[in-house]
Design a binder for this molecule. Sequence first.
Ligand code: MEV
Length: 421
Amino acid sequence: METFFKNPETVMRELVSYWHDNEDQQKILDGFSENTISNFPMPYGVAPNFVIDNRPYCVPMVIEESSVVAAASSAAKFWMQRGGIKTEIVGVKKIGQVHFKWKGESNRLFGMFDRIQERLIQDTASLTEKMNQRGGGIVGIELLDFTDLEENLYQIKASFHTCDSMGANFINSILEQFAESLKSFLIESPSLKEEERDVLIVMCILSNFTPECTVRAEVSCPIDELGMFPGKMDSKTFAEKFETAVKIAHIDPYRATTHNKGIFNGIDAVVLATGNDFRAVEACGHTYAARDGQYRSLSHCDIKHGIFRFWLEIPLAVGTVGGLTKLHPMARRSLELLGNPSAEELMRVIAATGLAQNFAAVKSLVTTGIQKGHMKMHLKNILAQFNATKEEAEKVKKHFENVVVSYSGVRDFLDKVRLES
Ligand code: MEV
């Protein structure tokens, strides 16, 4: 049999080494996907110092990029000393769509839509019963006409409250039942013409764009309370540079993309740690960032009457029940660490982490530059790779205080230190 690896036996041992010791746990992990041959470990860290709406949090983060967790906790600490991060849930509505083609006159379809809607609600009653009891369910159904863009194309656009679940399965099951009910309604309507009784269901699926499932996280303080910054930068200069940096991310999509990437460094890490769908959250966030036709910053900053204000508004469709949230052993622990939050509370924590991450990145950019912090972490990683002792690490760190860090530079200097001793 052909093998893609140069040394398959070593690779086999390596793959096996990442299996879970506990067979049952491994079965759970394997159950999340298909054709699994091992696990792919990622660092699981915690960012302490978060005070969100006057409550302290230690935020779990799964991320492979150095500096991110340190930056999040340092920004959280900065704001902890200035009243913490305040959040607000702007909405929790999610969207699903049934796309279909119908050949009749559109006003005839709109004319019978009230009756169709009744049928849709009635036929999905058993599916919505439990969610209704929890305070959620279907909150709106509308018919949209796309026939000016595509012949005979219509859409049933429904909105939902899915309580503490992300709700993908709930929404998709309801949409598929809507499609069946629409078909039956038309077939069973004797007053309709032959062609009006027929409908082509193209597809039924939730939309990952949830602009009405949004949270806002904000920090603010008087400019003079911002303190001093590296390079003896005073608080006024800092605040103005920071505000300009955020403006640049509003004006220029090239900067906006990197700026928002920094926000998602924090957001994705918590979304992942809590077993939520980071692809959905990212896709939605980027569409939201481009909602006025140009891709822009998701965060905003202003300075008014001497007050520095920095905030983030972002749609976050996440859950704390269902999906992986309770099945994945580490996701379960993450939620426990956060005090088993509701979906809304988790939205607040995730947005606050995104905001803190963004603050830390832009703060570095407008003061020391990003490389200083990155290189410090890079240096730490290189030293770990070479198994440097504490004394050796001290010498190397001192030497590289004012010298550009590179892998070969550190290796050569470390060789010299080792030869000398
Ligand atoms: C790096 O992962 C993220 C940053 O580039 C974000 C930013 O530029 O704002 C530092």
